[in-house]
Write a protein that binds this ligand. Sequence first.
Ligand code: R5P
Length: 267
Amino acid sequence: MEWGMKNRLSQLIQKDGRAMFLPIDHGYFQGPTSNLEEPGKTIEPIWPYADAIMLTRGVLRAAIDPAITKPIILRVSGGATMARRDELDNEGITTSVTEAIRLNASAVSMSVYVGSEREHQTLMSLGNLVNECEDYGIPTMAVTSVGTELGKRDARYLALASRIAAEIGARVVKTYYCEEGFEKLVRGCPVPIVIAGGPKVDSEFEVFKWIYDALEKGAIGVNLGRNIWQHEHPVAMAKAVRAVIHENATPKEAQDVFDAVKSGKAD
Ligand code: R5P
């Protein structure tokens, strides 16, 4: 592996082999998502706890201080919106690799829709993006998207989508956690896996449990958005999630971190 690729990957994946990515790219198809109407404000108190931030070039330019020292994962796919939910898989590449270099991105990311009508289109886009990014030592993170079909998040489907993305050349795969068969999914994917959270759930303890279990079964971390920044206590969530990822905190210990920060007993 070339020095540039190694250098960028080591900005994303920390020395302990773990990673906490903070995505705020949701507006690329959802528009002004709840709690992300002003992404700069949303992210300000929580970005220090993340290892990298994932977002589009529009939000990066408009809302992120260029003096920020966090690595950027630039979302470069899009072209579909919630206004046509049946067309969510109709994505292409919206942002060039030249732009990613100009913006000093440490990685790029794009969605693939395995099993959908546009499966071929999105997988070919991934191949083309990887071809170009590898020339410049930029890692590609593939996002295994399910659109509105959240029920697709079972091990069999996610293992298929993750393996395909890795085979095409993604350096990191973002997928979902599933209780049954997650270890098989990880075993079948030759590159590191991070998990997304999906829509916000009611109990933070549940989030800590997913993450803990996913790490135990071989994931390297998270690309977790809504369950942090849509939470009433985003800083407490960010710190607790960080504790699970980088301090091997159990769900119970993470809950203690969360409660202590929430109640003001800890910073
Ligand atoms: C989807 O809109 C994006 O790719 C997100 O980055 C991804 O789903 C992770 O965010 P969340 O944890 O909110 O699902």
